[in-house]
Design a protein around this ligand. Structure first.
Ligand code: SF4
Length: 368
């Protein structure tokens, strides 16, 4: 792999100092206001960093405020019921993050007296905390001189240093983390890390970076070589797979049939209408399949009705077409297991339970 990179412009201390000065002056002028930037509370900073993984700032903002209102401290989060945590996380996706947050809060209370550790190593020992999150908490909350690398800084650092290999591989990551570390100031690391992230988000964008507005063009190898659009080299795109699924709203006396997703399943711990891959083609085969699969999942026999709605959504590399059917209960008994409880739920209680995004859409549809 061609890595043909140079850190010439950032090699000596004087250059690095000049780079930091320009970046920080730009940040003072252009930084955006975000709820988690108004606090130095390590708990809130940790929470925001977990939320912002795979979630946009616009989406995370209201969720962050609601989450902090419900669980204002690590102790409150540790004492919460997991279902409450998942309900508040609803809509952000990647629910493993919420479960990790909850598990980590318990560890922080049990082993760290309710205080987030200051050092990267202890932070990384917590469930769901990787090197990026540990560096973010340590530097933003405690101003520990710890580097961070996430999507934005990775792109900026690859361009600054003219790194032409793939940034996602082992060698690429080593290079980027070393570059991040080498640029850190001895004090004020938190602000510096935020400034680098902000530069990536606002100026050094994935396509068409705004080099004419960039405060550090004089230090940028990619800019000097005219390689901004070729760096960073991206990994081959993951192939998207189309999947067809069905979900069934089974009604009985003003209640609907719900099943809690088992450990290891997508959306573990969330409640959902019976849902499964759909193989059959044509109304008769689909009808048979709905009856058999709802019985397999829940023990309940159904009389299928019509198609309520088709929803399209993406989960990781899958593009899912979800046909949502209505049905009425026609017999059988609810078969619940510890791993996957099944229950009849009054419509009015759907608002209290954590549901998958599509299940929430369906719940809203049938409530209206
Ligand atoms: Fe990014 Fe352009 Fe600035 Fe280089 S000069 S860091 S490519 S915006």
């Amino acid at each position: 792999m061609a890595t043909d990179c140079t850190t010439q412009t950032l090699k000596d201390a004087k250059e690095r100092q000049s780079f930091r000065r320009k970046l920080l002056a730009w940040f003072d002028k252009h930084k955006r206001d975000m709820p988690w930037r108004r606090t130095r509370d390590p708990y809130q900073i940790w929470l925001s960093e977990i939320m912002l993984q795979q979630t946009t700032v616009a989406m995370a903002g209201p969720k962050f405020t609601a989450f902090v209102a419900a669980f204002p401290t690590v102790h409150a989060l540790a004492a919460a019921d997991e279902q409450q945590v998942l309900r508040l996380w609803e809509g952000l996706g990647y629910y493993r993050r919420a479960r990790g947050l909850h598990a980590a809060a318990k560890v922080i209370v049990a082993e760290h007296d309710g205080q987030l550790p200051r050092d990267v190593k202890s932070l990384m020992a917590l469930p769901g905390v990787g090197r990026y999150t540990a560096g973010a908490v340590a530097s933003f909350a405690y101003d520990v001189s710890a580097p961070i690398v996430e999507t934005n800084t990775q792109r900026v650092l690859a361009r600054l240093t003219g790194y032409r290999g793939e940034v996602v591989g082992g060698a690429g990551q080593r290079h980027i983390w070393e570059a991040a570390e080498s640029l850190l100031p001895a004090t004020g690391a938190g602000k510096f890390n935020l400034a680098l992230m902000e530069l990536g988000a606002l100026v050094c964008k994935p396509s068409d970076p705004r080099c004419n507005e960039c405060p550090v063009t004089a230090h940028c190898t990619a800019f000097a070589a005219g390689l901004q659009s070729e760096i960073p080299k991206l990994a081959a795109k993951v192939k998207v797979t189309a999947v067809r699924e069905a979900t069934v709203v089974v009604r009985k006396s003003g209640r609907v049939l719900l099943r809690q997703r088992a450990k290891g399943e997508r959306w573990e711990g969330m409640w959902d209408f019976p849902r499964f891959p759909l193989d059959g083609e044509g109304p008769l085969f689909v009808r048979r399949e709905l009856v058999d699969k709802v019985r397999d999942q829940t023990g309940v026999d159904i009389e299928p009705g019509g198609l309520l709605k088709t929803l399209k959504h993406g989960v990781t590399r899958y593009r899912i077409t979800l046909d949502c059917y209505e049905a009425r209960a026609a017999g059988g008994r609810v078969r619940s297991t510890d791993a996957s409880p099944v229950r009849w739920t009054p419509l009015a209680e759907l608002g209290d339970l954590p549901l998958s995004v599509t299940a929430r859409k369906i719940a809203t549809l049938i409530a209206g």
